[in-house]
Design a protein around this ligand. Structure first.
Ligand SMILES: Cc1cc2nc3c(=O)[nH]c(=O)nc-3n(C[C@H](O)[C@H](O)[C@H](O)COP(=O)(O)O)c2cc1C
Length: 378
């Protein structure tokens, strides 16, 4: 099978690795940490709502910001009304905010799917196409590529990924990514990489990326070997572990991957990450926002529950430094620590769709969330 190069806006990305958009995580400071370890990859922002972009929501404006040294700006949007998506994409392009726009068709949150939005949208084939078309047409004059990310389907009986992939190819989408779980699986169980292989077989004219359960660099190489996909999208594996991108660059360049770092290295990255968040969000909110990252950074380091609790309630940078200073910096990761899950792991969930939703899969009725301005997640 021929592997397609990842080329977006005329730029080729020789290392086929993409940071997955993660709401509440993949903001400027986190992307900066990742980029430091793996320059030249595709790092996607947090998701923003098309409707909020159209309404010029202040919080959203902040979320679409990129750092001055981000030389390729990838932004994810969510929307289920073709008109709003088109207007949002046009506004982003007119203001030269992004070099690449990704669209999220995989959000499994119940409050979204029960209104026919998120991961429920691909069930409606024509609506999905119309959303894609609106985005592509709005971005085309500016040369901004549109990509899409979606799941296998709703559950084992309602499987949509092949239709969605073919539609993307026909509607001018530049690249697609499959999170190889159903919405029902949520984040539980294992990702079904065999569906990535099926998608790669079916979609032959644009790159197909695989997503799900890449915890170590060797997983990414294995996913590409086993499925034939053109690249990988990495989510939870890099939570508290931005050096995973260094490992991925090494693995794809044929270099040895470095052993897991000792705690001293991890603590230094933590302090830098916390400072980054504080610079953007202000000291108080920044340090509070950093708390959730502490648990991820310490995954697999046997620091004890008291230390974990101290990190989880840290209230200032000085306190963070003080806790870090108390620890044994030579501590190493427990065996197998690399593969301990971080971030969401819950699932399966019961997916509720609107009444009668499956009766006509070709209608163009807009989901009730179409003008929603605040949804998060994928
Ligand atoms: C905290 C968190 C937030 C997420 N937010 C989004 C999002 O905004 N958009 C999206 O497409 N996927 C989102 N996802 C899903 C990831 O992009 C990815 O598809 C999923 O985590 C599976 O990949 P992984 O096994 O490498 O984590 C999110 C996942 C997590 C853990």
């Amino acid at each position: 099978m021929t592997r397609m190069p990842l080329v977006l806006r005329g730029r080729e990305f020789p290392i086929p690795v993409v940071l997955a958009p993660m709401a509440g995580v993949t903001n400027i400071p986190f992307r900066a940490q990742c980029r430091q370890f793996g320059p030249g990859l595709i790092y996607v922002s947090e998701m923003v709502m098309a409707a909020a972009l159209v309404h010029g929501n202040e919080k959203t404006k902040k979320m679409v910001a990129f750092g001055p040294d981000e030389d390729f700006r990838s932004l994810q949007i969510y929307g289920s009304d073709p008109e709003f998506v088109g207007r949002a994409v046009r506004a982003l392009c007119e203001q030269d905010i992004a070099d690449h726009i990704d669209m999220n068709f995989g959000c499994p949150a119940n409050k979204v799917t029960r209104k026919g939005g998120g991961a429920a949208v691909p069930v409606k084939r024509n609506l999905t196409r119309a959303i894609m078309r609106a985005a592509v047409q709005a971005a085309e004059p500016y040369g901004v590529p549109i990509t899409c990310k979606f799941r296998i389907g709703i559950n084992d009986d309602i499987v949509t990924f092949l239709d969605t992939g073919k539609a993307a190819e026909e509607e001018g989408i530049a690249m697609i990514a499959l999170h190889a779980r159903t919405a029902e699986q949520h984040y539980g169980g294992n990702a079904h990489w065999e569906y990535i292989a099926q998608l790669k077989q079916a979609v032959t004219s644009i790159p197909v990326l695989g997503n799900g359960d890449i915890w170590e660099a060797s997983d990414a190489v294995r996913m590409m070997d086993e499925t034939g996909c053109d690249g990988v999208v990495v989510g939870r594996g890099c939570l508290g572990k931005p050096w995973l991108f260094r490992d991925l660059v090494d693995a794809f360049s044929g270099n040895d991957v470095q052993p897991s770092p000792n705690l001293g290295f991890v603590l230094n990255v933590m302090l830098e990450h916390a400072q980054g968040l504080m610079a953007i969000m202000g000291p108080e909110f920044g340090i509070r926002n950093f708390r959730k990252h502490c648990g991820w950074y310490l995954t697999g380091y046997p620091v004890g529950s008291e230390v974990r609790r101290a990190f989880a309630t840290v209230a200032s940078f000085a306190e963070l430094q003080e806790i870090a200073a108390r620890l044994d910096h030579s501590m190493t990761l427990v065996p197998g620590g690399e593969r301990l899950a971080r971030g969401h792991t819950n699932g399966p969930i019961k997916v509720v769709l609107p009444d009668g939703y499956l009766e006509n899969r070709d209608d163009m009725t807009l989901p009730d969330d179409a003008h929603e301005t605040a949804v998060s997640g994928g």
